[in-house]
Design a protein around this ligand. Structure first.
Ligand code: ATP
Ligand code: MG
Length: 389
């Protein structure tokens, strides 16, 4: 018996003329993600993508697990393939569904007949398949309203497909259809979630992390890499730039008023991130800021940081409560890493009384004692790159 994977596109279906190219990106992403599992043949028809393994020992469970992390997929399932002949459909259904119906008490059959030349109409297919299942598995009953298991028989152009339910996909848009953006990634809870959310909209990610050794340790850096690799399970490869930030923080601490430390530091981060972004042809910056969470995330403070950027700054968690952010963090398996205790550069120089209603002019005056251009250039000259898969 031949088994394949079926994939239903999500929002793609709405994209009119762009649909074909969006599907092509999705197929490329699927192919890349499954490549280490063996050779597969991928085809598409009627907003369904068909994945047919070429190898005998194809690991379907692992493939399903990877599939659940590919953006642009609304739903997916494994399915048995049968010739378009009702006897063969019945035989295959019984053989294929045995295990999957094992724990169920009730089921329902749904038939979809996109090949209208098939001799039986949908209600007749349902009746035949339903009756065959009842004969083969007498412990089952039919329940059309609230079945434990839904059996779907689809009659398509080339074959019939039989499956038991389907899994919900990650949704969103295929990564690569939304351009690139550079995420400022800390070791905290919010920025990995922000990165994941933008990746879900089809954006390919680059990442910038500011490290301040010896105030921050290698373990803090390792934590950031672990967080990004969680995001990369969805977003594919992320290029991480690790920027040395110690000199900048030392200079700010030496020459600026304490109440402006955080803001001036954040303005440096944005300047540097923007230059890195322009090098990568990134169209935007991404941060994990949320209004009111800390002093540097009030509206006036955000205005002061934004004023050093020309690129749009995407802040997908801006209106979310911590609880809501944590829910996503847990769902993508990042939370336990985020709460590891290593110091981030932001926490090293936290002023006791930060400005919550800063004025841009005063901040600029404070900053003017620093050699901004020289500091930025030296930081960028010291960048280390890592590829996170
Ligand atoms: P997070 O949980 O993402 O660390 P946070 O609530 O702790 O966020 P801040 O520490 O004020 O907030 O940082 C705000 C944003 O600035 C972060 O979401 C992140 O995008 C960026 N950021 C902070 N520290 C760093 C860093 N060391 N390297 C890169 N970006 C950073
Ligand atoms: Mg932080």
């Amino acid at each position: 018996m031949k088994e394949i994977l079926l994939i239903k596109n999500g929002e793609l279906a709405l994209k009119g003329l762009n649909r074909a190219s969006f599907e092509d990106v999705l197929i490329k992403n699927i192919r890349r993600r499954l490549s280490s599992l063996g050779e597969v043949e991928i085809s598409k028809a009627q907003s369904t993508i068909y994945i047919e393994p070429r190898d005998e020992g194809f690991d379907f469970e692992e493939a399903l697990c990877r599939m659940s992390k590919i953006f642009g997929i609304a739903a997916f399932s494994r399915a048995a393939v049968a010739k378009k002949d009702i006897d063969e459909i019945l035989r295959t259904s019984i053989e294929y569904l045995g295990d999957q119906l094992g724990g169920a008490k009730t089921f329902k059959v749904e038939a979809k007949r996109s090949d209208k030349s098939f001799a039986l109409k949908s209600p007749e297919i349902c009746k035949e398949v339903g009756a065959a299942i009842l004969r083969a598995y007498p412990h089952l009953r039919v329940d059309v309203y609230n079945p434990d298991k839904l059996v779907v028989v689809e009659i398509r152009d080339y074959a019939a497909y039989i499956r038991c339910g389907q899994l919900k996909g990650a949704g969103g848009m295929p990564v690569g259809t939304g351009g690139r953006a550079t995420v400022l990634i800390s070791g905290g809870i919010d920025s990995p979630v922000a990165a994941w959310m933008m990746s879900k909209r089809g954006i390919r990610l680059d990442a910038v992390h500011f490290a301040s050794p010896p105030y921050t340790s290698m373990r803090a850096e390792l934590k950031v890499k672990k967080l990004l690799s969680k995001v990369a399970e969805y977003s594919t490869t992320i290029n991480l730039a690790i920027v040395p930030f110690t000199e900048i923080q030392d200079e700010i601490a030496k020459k600026c008023k304490e109440e402006y430390f955080t803001l001036i530091m954040r303005r440096f981060m944005m300047r540097i991130a923007q230059r890195m972004a322009l090098r990568n042809k990134s169209g935007a910056l991404i941060t994990g800021e949320s209004v009111g969470q800390v002093a540097s995330q009030t509206l006036p403070a955000l205005a002061v940081t934004d004023s050093v950027c020309n690129l749009p700054v995407l802040r997908p968690v801006i209106g979310m409560d911590k609880e809501e952010i944590i829910k996503i963090s847990r769902a993508i398996d990042a939370f336990d890493i985020s709460i590891e205790p290593y110091e981030d550069c932001c926490t090293v120089f936290t002023p006791k009384h930060p400005k919550t209603r800063p004025e841009l002019e005063k901040c600029v005056v404070e900053e003017s004692t620093l050699d901004i251009e020289g500091l930025v250039e030296r930081a960028i000259a010291g960048v280390r790159y890592e590829q996170i898969d």
